[in-house]
Design a protein around this ligand. Structure first.
Ligand SMILES: Nc1nc2c(ncn2[C@@H]2O[C@H](COP(=O)(O)OP(=O)(O)OP(=O)(O)O)[C@@H](O)[C@H]2O)c(=O)[nH]1
Ligand SMILES: [Mg+2]
Length: 508
């Protein structure tokens, strides 16, 4: 009975039928068949084992190479990160978006979902530059007014931006006219735009008041917004508009009368008038205020950035200023490798906030990094820290570099030094600002970029030699707002780190 049931199953099941011993199999034939089956199983198990081994080793993989970006606030860390983003964007020639806001297909890929958010940041940067100039005008006005009614000169209080500058002790401002006062009034609506833009970004960050409150000025004091770059602020404006698209600038409702761009466009001529005004220029000169060297400077592109259909280019995004709060991690998979045989590597780049109060948050990341890119803005020799106006920015960079190179947790970490903002240094020295007036030891050396940059590099090299003598100095002169040169430098750095990584894994 049992037999007949098995017989039925094998009749129904083609696999069972195929596996059945051939009818009338002899003892020798059976032995041969079983041996063949055993061999087939052995081969199959070996294949499974190999596949399993490959899966495990893929999982373990070559470890991601981790880079931590360090440096004081405004040194260019987030801008360097944006360069990594640009390098990592797929270089496809197909333009998927219907509206070609930017002709570089690479850039369409890199920042496309963030463009509307960066537009708002740039608008805020523009408004804040104008705000700073208006503050200065108010200050000059009140100081001239006080001087004309008082036998004593007014005390010198600094404007919001001049707190970042070692300012002149004696201020002899030119008088402003009623035309200036009218201009200031007409620019009033920009303050509402500023408040609205700050409010939109606020849920993702935090507002800091910068500069000193001046009771004589009718404009409120400046606010600087900082965001946690991992907090999703870049989607803020897309979400406000409410839909998803391939390029977030396609989501901007150009006909919305409440769009900040409308007010900026309406105030464009007055902003240009203010920026070109000779009396305002004279005031800025006295105050040593040079907006063109400040973070987020767009006053030389007012026609473009205030146009009704303005959408930021990559260069604009690189120049936009938004202070970082906290630490954020960015993952890239890039083809890099020495000897002309590019391999795909996973890269993790960590961006941090550089302001003094945020530096304690760097330490937990120290023991797990392959490399640190340390940014020192060497153009800042005549500026002070925003968070502590008693400290010179260059002096702060030297101290910070010293503490990084001598930190025992970073003993095995590669250090790459970017002496940044070389474009600003070059322009500053060419305009007659003397390095020797701020660094006495510079002495009578020529006040040109070549001599100054070599001198400053040497200062950083000496600190490394004194505090970490076994380490080699990898140093680059950079202007990280220039993507072309920065891409070459970052490729060079990546090459160095891949080689180093390979060397280390060979030693392990
Ligand atoms: N002209 C010029 N501007 C630069 C350069 N590097 C950075 N900037 C600008 O300087 C401003 C500050 O740069 P960020 O990259 O935001 O500075 P950060 O180090 O991230 O600053 P925190 O986030 O405050 O720590 C931005 O507006 C940049 O566009 C440079 O080499 N040249
Ligand atoms: Mg930053």
């Amino acid at each position: 009975m049992l037999r007949s049931k098995r017989q039925r199953i094998s009749d129904d099941d083609p696999l069972a039928r195929a596996m059945e011993p051939p009818p009338g199999e002899t003892f020798e034939e059976r032995q041969r068949r079983l041996a063949a089956e055993q061999e087939a199983k052995r081969v199959s198990d070996a294949i499974d084992e190999e596949l399993n081994r490959q899966r495990i080793s893929e999982k373990k993989g070559p470890k991601a190479i981790k880079i931590l970006l360090l440096g004081q606030s405004e040194s260019g860390k987030s801008t360097t990160l944006k360069n990594f983003q640009l390098m990592n964007s797929p270089k496809v020639a197909v333009i998927l978006c219907p509206k070609g806001h930017n002709t570089d297909p690479r850039s369409l890929q890199a920042f496309r979902s963030e463009r509307a958010s960066w537009r708002a940041v740039i608008q805020l940067n523009v408004v804040q530059s104008i705000h700073a100039i208006l503050d200065l005008m108010s200050k000059a006005h009140s100081s001239v007014h006080v001087a004309s009614t008082s036998p004593h000169p007014p005390p010198t209080s600094s404007s919001s931006h001049s707190t970042n500058r070692l300012s002149a002790s004696h201020k002899d401002y030119p008088s402003i006219t009623t035309e200036h006062l009218k201009l200031k009034m007409r620019l009033g609506p920009l303050l509402q735009v500023e408040a609205a833009l700050v409010k939109k970004l606020l849920p993702y960050g935090h507002v800091q008041l910068s500069g000193l409150a001046n009771p004589a000025q009718s404009f409120p004091i400046q606010q600087e917004i900082s965001v946690n770059s991992s907090a999703g602020w870049k989607g803020t404006f897309s979400r406000l508009i409410g839909r998803d698209s391939c390029d977030s600038s396609d989501l901007i409702d150009w006909s919305n009368p409440d769009d900040p761009g409308v007010v900026l466009n309406a105030c464009a001529e007055d902003m240009k008038r203010l920026w070109a005004d000779p009396i305002v220029k004279k005031m800025m000169e006295i105050e040593k205020m040079r907006p063109e060297e400040m973070a987020g400077f767009f006053l030389d592109a007012l026609d473009r950035v205030t146009s009704l259909h303005y959408s930021p280019t990559d260069d604009d995004i690189l120049r936009a200023r938004l202070k970082t709060l906290g630490v954020s991690e960015h993952r890239f998979s890039m083809k890099t490798g020495p000897l002309g045989s590019p391999m795909s590597h996973d890269w993790r780049v960590f961006d941090v906030g550089g302001q003094r109060s945020l530096r304690a948050a760097w330490v937990p990341y120290f023991d797990d990094m392959n490399a640190i890119i340390f940014l020192a803005p060497i153009s800042c020799f005549d500026q002070v820290l925003q968070e502590d106006p008693t400290v010179n920015r260059l002096a702060d960079s030297f101290l910070l570099w010293k503490s990084i190179v001598s930190n025992p947790l970073l003993k095995k970490t590669d250090l790459v030094l970017f002496l940044n903002k070389c474009d600003i240094l070059r322009a500053k020295l060419a305009s007659g600002i003397r390095l020797a007036d701020y660094i006495v030891s510079y002495g009578s050396r020529p006040n040109d970029f070549e001599s100054a940059s070599v001198y400053l590099r040497k200062k950083f090299a000496v600190l490394l030699k004194d505090h970490s003598p076994d380490r080699q100095l990898y140093c680059h002169f950079t202007s990280v707002t220039d993507t072309k040169s920065t891409t070459l430098i970052l490729e060079n750095v990546q090459d160095l780190l891949v080689r180093d990584n390979l060397k280390r894994s060979a030693l392990v």
